[in-house]
Structure formats: C-alpha cells, structure tokens
Ligand binder design. Structure first.
Ligand SMILES: Cc1ncc(COP(=O)(O)O)c(C=O)c1O
Length: 460
C-alpha cells in the first residue's frame, strides 16, 4: 500500500535541526574571498569587526566548519514558529492536471511573514552576547526589518531601520509593525547620513534601492558608539542561518520517502534559496544525487541571468567589502517593482560561485506572469503569497506544466518564503490591469557594468 502523504507535515520540536549546515565546507572550489576596499586584499575577521559582530565575522569567513551548533537561546526563539510545515500542494496539482508532485516549504507562519526571522534572531542574539548597545539595518520589502525588529525587541537591543523609499511609501503598515516592536524606521535615501545626502543630491526623486539603504545603515553603525550593522541576505553568515529551512525540508521529505527532482527558490540576495537548497546542493556536489536547483529572479533585476561575475561592492555607497558575485553593478537602480525584496544588484557569493560552475540554473520572470501565478496559487492553496515568493511559484507551475506535457511524475520542491498581506497595492494593480513589466535594455545594464570597480591585478 502506498503511504498517504499529509497536506502538511510538521516535524516535532525534537526533530528540529540543532546545527546549521555550512555549504562552503563541501565546495571543492570555495567562493572567491571578500576584498577589503581600502587595501584590495582578502579580508580577515578583524577587518569586519568595525561593521559586524565578532562571532558573525568569523561565521562569514569560515569556509571549513561543516556543521555549527545553534545556540540554545536561538533554538528557544526558533521554537516560537518552527519547525515550519512542508506542504503538499494537492489542490494546485489537481488544478494544473499535472502528474508532478509539488511540495513547498512554508516560511510565512510568523509575524514577520517570512524566512527572514531565521537569521534576524541569530544576528540579534550574537549582538546581545557581545554587549552591543544598538543595531542598524536596511529593509526592502519590509520583512527583514520586521523580523529584526521582533528579534531586537526579544533580546532588548535598540534598532534603526533604513527602509527603501519605494517600499516605505507603498507599505506604511510595515513601518507601524516595526515601530510596534520598538524600532526607528527611516525612508532611504535620507538626510540622516552622508551617503543618503550624496545620493539625494544627484537624484532627488530616486525611489531608493537596497544598495543605497545598506550604505546608510552601515554609515550609521560605524559612526555610532556601540552599534553594529546587520544584513538580511547575500552574506555567507545569512545563508548559513537559513540552512535550517533546507535541513528541515530534507528531513521531512526523508520521512515521506521523497527526494526532490527539482528545487526552486526566488532569489533577491540569495538567502532563502541558499538555505533551501543547501543539503540538496551538498548531495549534488558530493555526487549522492543530482537534483536540478533553480534560482528565480525578476526580469527587471536580472543579476544571475544578465549580470557579470565580477568583484563589486555590496552597497551603493561603496563602504562594504567587495565580493565576487553576479552583479548588475552597485549603481544599478532597478525599476520600483512590487517584489521589493528582489531588487538587489548582486547575488550571494556562494550561489554566484555555484551558478558559475554550472551546479545551479537561473531563470528570470516578468511581474505580470508572477502575479498570475500568485493569484492562481492563492485560489487553490488558500495562502496569499508574497510577491517575492510568487517568483518561485511561477517557475514551479511552469515545471509542473512541462511534466503535464511529458507525463513525467517529477517531485518538485519550492520555497514559499512569505505571505503578501502588505502587498495588496500590488495585487490591486494586477487585478486592475495597470501592472507593467520593465525589462532593462542592454544599454541600461551597461551603465552599471561600466562603473564596476577596478582592482589592480584582479580586475582591470
Ligand atoms: C518574502 C521574501 N522572499 C524572498 C526575499 C528575497 O530575499 P532572499 O533572496 O535573501 O531570500 C525577500 C526579501 O525581502 C522576502 O521578503
């Protein structure tokens, strides 16, 4: 008799992983080192101390420790909303008339509404442990800012959030939630920092970008005694914390006797994707299995599919270390699409390296197609997805429809990173038919590439 797969599988608290998995340990070729912008030399932990907490600086540069214990204080807060469910999309499968089996890992069941809490808790904890008096960060869509506001509130640390102006204006209630948790929220670019003032002087009507908000948050941290900066994506440490998503998925699938043929995730800076695919990528690298791993990005901000694999700054203000990654150039300002969390110019160095070596695929999708998929999914699965997450849904549906054509019964796993309750302006514009797609021209992209940094002996 075949086993009945439940609609939702929740691991028990005891089954929740107690260690994060560091994918870099299994990569035979490690991501290229971050460079200190002042010297052009690979950074050492001490170079990162002015900006990051010391423990996090070490996690950032640790290419060898395979498993890292999750401190018990972090596990305690994880248990407020984890383990998250692995869902079988029976209704969606039926609606698509596909022989494919579709699973999704749902990370939206917490107040921040997304996976971002997994790293926010870790970063706030390490800040508290180091005795810091405050933190700063940026937020795009608002999920990361909310997650960090919740975490800082839990550990009793003041927080200043620079929120990309486009999102700040589109989602005023996001600001209210962050304030409920005690955070100070500032629209970026702002007049509160040198970086913000510079950007406003050249482009007073800018809707902002993640890179610009990062510059402001970093500047505020390094100029305020006892403060550090924390970032919700891109960095190696963030992918490490997000590995809990992949580890739980792997365990749940194992209990069901399943293994994915295809794993799909939306990709902004790469943190949910890097976390979700971590154990499956390990299997691929070590030759144990050969799943397809797919990054889905917006056609308006196509860092993997149209970017260059080069050293670039992680922020528009050029104060962060330089990372080798797929990038559109840190000066690239994407059009203000509704998936605010996917408007980042670069991609996590770990994923960039793996993509460059052919271990991962990438596709880009237009936002009207994304909202078509989001609406279809909502109708059948009764969850209102975040626009970011709906990028993964789009590609999961496309893969399932391919299976319908070929008759293949593939197992598809995708990351449903969050809910879209604050994105109703976007949903309305889709329903009213006013949503537009913007695909940058080659000439527009070239402007960003022309400003990539020149590093003697490395990148001329
Ligand atoms: C719901 C949701 N999914 C995905 C992302 C993309 O970020 P990342 O690529 O780091 O997972 C964001 C970023 O704000 C988000 O809010």
């Amino acid at each position: 008799m075949t086993k009945k797969i439940p609609h939702r599988l929740y691991l028990t608290e005891d089954q929740m992983p107690t260690q994060w998995y560091n994918l870099r340990a299994d990569m035979s070729e490690k991501p290229d080192p971050m460079l200190n912008p002042a010297t052009g030399k690979p950074v050492i932990p001490e170079d990162l101390y002015p900006v990051f907490c010391e423990k996090l600086a070490h996690q950032e540069l640790d290419d060898t420790t395979r498993y890292i214990d999750i401190p018990k204080e972090i596990l305690e807060m994880y248990k407020n909303y984890r383990p998250s469910p692995l869902c079988r999309a029976y209704n969606l499968e039926r609606a698509l008339e596909t022989p494919a089996k579709i699973y999704y890992k749902f990370e939206g069941n917490n107040t921040s509404g997304s996976h971002k809490l997994n790293s926010a808790i870790a970063q706030a904890y390490y800040a508290k442990e180091q005795g810091l008096t405050g933190l700063t960060t940026e937020t795009g869509a608002g999920q990361w800012g909310t997650a960090l506001a919740e975490s800082c509130c839990y550990f009793g640390i003041p927080l200043t959030v620079y929120m990309v102006k486009a999102s700040y204006e589109q989602k005023p209630f996001r600001k209210s939630i962050m304030e409920t948790f005690g955070a100070t929220v500032i629209a970026s670019p702002s007049n509160t920092t040198e970086a913000g003032r510079k950007i406003l002087a050249t482009n007073p009507n800018t809707s902002g970008s993640l890179g610009c908000a990062i510059s402001e948050a970093v500047e505020k941290a390094v100029t305020t005694e006892g403060y550090k900066y924390v970032l919700g994506s891109v960095l190696n440490q963030v992918l490490l914390h997000q590995s809990i998503v992949g580890l739980e998925s792997e365990k749940a699938m194992e209990m069901l006797g399943e293994y994915p043929d295809v794993v799909i995730g939306c990709a902004g800076g790469g943190s949910n994707l890097g976390g979700l695919i971590a154990p499956f990528m390990r299997d691929k690298i070590t030759g144990k299995a050969n799943p397809r791993l797919i990054a889905v990005e917006p056609a308006s901000c196509p860092s993997l599919t149209r970017g260059k694999y080069m050293y670039d700054y992680c922020d528009t203000g050029k104060i962060t270390p330089m990372a080798k990654m797929y990038t559109l150039g840190c000066t690239f300002a994407p059009s203000p699409i509704h998936a605010g969390g996917l408007r980042y110019h670069g991609m996590a160095p770990i994923l960039s390296k793996l993509y460059h070596e052919g271990y991962m695929e990438a596709v880009s999708v237009e936002q009207t197609k994304v909202f078509e998929a989001a609406t279809f999914f909502a109708k059948y699965e009764s969850i209102l997805p975040a626009p970011e997450s709906a990028h993964a849904i789009r590609t999961a549906i496309d893969e399932a429809l391919k299976c319908k054509e070929t008759g293949e019964e593939k197992t598809i796993l995708f990351g449903l990173t969050g809910t879209g309750f604050f994105d109703m302006t976007a949903y309305s514009s889709f329903h009213e038919g006013t949503m537009i797609d913007h695909i940058p021209t080659d000439e527009e992209l070239q402007k960003g590439f022309d400003k990539l940094p020149k590093i003697p002996g490395i990148q001329e």
